[in-house]
Design a binder for this molecule. Structure first.
Ligand code: IPD
Length: 303
């Protein structure tokens, strides 16, 4: 049976707007934030606050009531679980990051957002990303386009992408995963800088991907992101004409398949995106191939 995705989006948007009020309120109160910051698994750069937990609980209980047959996966519940694994099945599953950009949130840097994605048969089909500080609501439904505050994405159109030079790349260094990963991340950023091009970091994977969906930047790449950072953003970006892939061709995928048509592993912890371009998919595949040639890769445990 086909899911009524438009109706699901409207109901879920109301839940996310309410959650956004909680985030905005807390963002203003330095006291709440300062008194509730914890390090996750003793990693001093991966933070969690009482707000992350409260917002996740609120979204979980609201969505459970609205859609009792759907499963729920959230950043904070997975982190607290024994297996720490994200298990996606054929059943419709909400994948939620209650607060993407927790480090930003703690510092009052305004790129923070709530991410709610719906994944069916391991494919993201609906995404909502809300930044209540900047009042930006991004939505997307597979096959139905994506929007920012009801304006169709991309907002910036027809900027030529002639070569990798003079491009705007976005990458993140994430939380510290070890010296080897850090060296690779820095080398990858340097490789783009020396093209020459420029490189930005907003501190939130979902906000980064929304910039690519808007057409405000050309490429985004990162090692270390999680399924909950990506699920909602993947639909929004794809529906804007962008492409999301991994750092290399997935195993078992024939060379005759162009890069833009490769399947994307939401649990793979690596992401490379390109914005929509007027030349279409073949050109996106060519450009993604050129970026991949410059990207160093490393082993990392999947979600
Ligand atoms: C993090 C942010 C950050 C990225 C990390 C993510 P969180 O999410 O998206 O930009 O570099 O890889 O884990 O922990 O703030 O939800």
């Amino acid at each position: 049976m086909e899911l009524p995705l438009e109706e699901i989006l409207q109901k879920t948007k109301n839940v996310v707007l309410k959650a956004g009020e909680k985030v905005k309120e807390a963002f203003k109160s330095r006291e709440i934030i300062n008194s509730s910051v914890e390090d996750k698994e003793s990693n001093p750069t991966d933070l969690v606050t009482a707000v992350d937990k409260e917002v996740e609980n609120y979204i979980f209980s609201s969505l459970k009531e609205l859609f009792p047959s759907f499963l729920l996966i959230g950043e904070e519940t997975v982190s607290a679980s024994e297996s720490k694994k994200v298990i996606l099945t054929d059943t419709p599953t909400w994948v939620i990051d209650p607060l993407d950009g927790t480090m930003n949130f703690v510092h009052g840097f305004p790129f923070v957002c709530i991410c709610v994605g719906l994944v069916v048969k391991k494919e993201p089909v609906l995404g909502i990303i809300f930044n209540p500080i900047l009042d930006e609501m991004y939505t997307g439904i597979k096959g139905k386009g994506s929007f920012m505050n009801d304006k169709k994405l991309p907002l910036i159109q027809n900027t030529p992408l002639k070569s990798l030079q003079r491009c705007l790349f976005i990458t993140e260094y994430g939380y510290f995963l070890g010296q080897n990963e850090l060296d690779i991340k820095v080398a990858n950023a340097k490789s783009m800088l020396s093209l020459p091009s420029q490189v930005r970091s907003l501190g939130s994977c979902a906000m980064d991907m929304c910039q690519i969906a808007k057409g405000s930047a050309d490429f985004y790449f990162e090692i270390g992101i999680h399924t909950w950072d990506l699920a909602a953003a993947t639909v929004i970006l794809r529906e804007s004409g962008g492409v999301v892939v991994g750092y290399k061709r997935p195993k078992g995928i024939d060379n005759s398949i162009q890069i833009a048509d490769e399947p994307f592993d939401l649990n793979g912890r690596k992401v490379l995106c390109i914005r929509g371009v007027i030349e279409g998919k073949e050109y996106q595949s060519k450009m993604l191939g050129e970026v991949r040639e410059r990207l160093k890769d490393c082993e990392i445990e999947s979600d």
